[in-house]
Design a protein around this ligand. Structure first.
Ligand code: TYD
Length: 209
């Protein structure tokens, strides 16, 4: 978060159906076996307030403006960092988190065209400039990811239901973010076997533990 902290903060990013949850879970198992104390969390919805916000942003049936959507994600994020993530890092825990501000930059900033800079600044304001130590980007062609989601047979949420062009913009935005900040990002081809991906992630994190 800019300042020195004893814990380690890892976020997972990528399009819908890129396998973030599987990798986050494999990483948790490995770290716990290594004796680390791990907090597994996600955005939106990592806190009780966040669960209510998640319900609105993902499942509200009526109209919801793009700026209102961006503010709801930022509100969830602010509360999540203040009450859960920052305290865990100060205790020395490893925080493994599905999605963070890069998702807002990609989905709201780029795909909803609110502007990458503005949306990033909004999130940084919301969290007093909190940034992860490592962000794993699981990169996948949205068409391939869509096939995985279809196979899961779960109803699509508001964002998942957007058209192919929207998801193409999300992917491009994630790749641009990673290119701009190679020190924070680890970009992996999400079509690799899960065990190979897990191994690459462990390699990246080992020196930081
Ligand atoms: P996610 O929890 O990954 O969905 P699921 O549990 O169905 O895999 O993410 C929910 C959706 O919210 C996803 O489509 C991406 C979107 N999202 C944003 O648009 N902006 C954000 O800032 C975040 C955190 C998520």
């Amino acid at each position: 978060m800019g300042e020195a902290r004893p814990g380690l903060w890892v976020t997972f990013e990528g399009g819908d159906g890129s396998g973030k949850t599987t990798q986050a879970e494999l990483l948790r198992e490995w770290l716990e076996a290594e004796g680390r104390s791990v907090v597994r969390t996600r955005e939106p919805g990592g806190t009780e307030v966040g669960a209510t916000i998640r319900e609105i942003v993902l499942h509200h049936r009526g109209d919801l403006g793009a700026r209102a959507e961006a503010l709801l994600f930022a509100a969830d994020r602010s509360h999540h960092i203040d009450t859960l993530v920052r305290p865990a890092l100060e205790r020395g825990d490893v925080v493994i988190q599905d999605r963070y501000l890069d998702s807002s930059v990609a989905y709201q900033g780029a795909a909803r065209a609110l502007g990458a800079e503005e949306v990033r600044d909004l999130s940084l304001w919301a969290t007093s400039n909190a940034l992860p130590d490592v962000t794993v980007l699981l990169d996948i062609d949205p068409a391939a990811a869509r096939a995985r989601l279809d196979a899961d047979d779960k109803p699509f949420d508001r964002l998942e239901s957007e058209k192919a062009e929207f998801h193409a913009r999300v992917r491009e935005a994630f790749l641009a973010l990673a290119q701009a900040d190679p020190a924070r990002f680890l970009v992996l081809d999400a079509t690799l076997p899960p065990e190979t991906l897990a191994e690459r992630i462990r390699e990246r994190l080992t020196p930081l533990l």
